[in-house]
Design a protein around this ligand. Sequence first.
Ligand code: SAM
Length: 197
Amino acid sequence: MQRDRDILISCEPGVYTPAEDTLLMLGAVNISRDERVLEMGCGTGMVSVHCAKGGAVVTAADVNPEAVKCTKTNASRNDVLVNVVESDLFENIRGTFDLILFNPPYLRGEGRIMEDKAWAGGPNGTETLFRFLEAAVPHLDKNGRIIVIVSSDMDQAALDKVLRPFHVKELASMRLFFEELRVLELRPVSGRPRSVF
Ligand SMILES: C[S@@+](CC[C@H](N)C(=O)[O-])C[C@H]1O[C@@H](n2cnc3c(N)ncnc32)[C@H](O)[C@@H]1O
């Protein structure tokens, strides 16, 4: 999806400011009209608002109440409908989706305060991604797909293990000064999944 310069996104204190990873995800995602999309960890809602403007039926979720507020504001100021839910991963998410997106916290570290949860993916960098993938699969429709960002900062052996139950296609990548980011499309190896773990 191309960045739409008519879309205005504001960021509030305590909410992840859209950065290179946000734009990398945006550029790698393609949606069809009426596709049911869930964006986990929506932050300002930049990607969700683009998907909604493109005709998708969008649910956006974040564990951070400030991000939930911010996404609601950005959806309404851009005149699109986004169902925004405060949720620790799938805790408050019902139903299935054609596409589930997550630009997760992917750096090594513990998210002790809410603001740290934007970047701290656990001691290996993969723990939040693992919990997300485990819970995401039952929310995926038949032929559904998951798109995530991963980093070279993650423990690569742990990452290989986390990705093992999926067919993986790299959609985009970007080298930053201390890491490489990749956008991956994941489809469960076992077809229609309940759980693949
Ligand atoms: C790297 S930021 C990405 C924000 C936004 N999607 C973007 O690309 O600009 C990660 C986001 O995931 C959220 N997050 C972290 N852990 C979460 C969890 N357990 N459940 C839901 N959201 C979570 C953070 O609050 C943060 O908004």
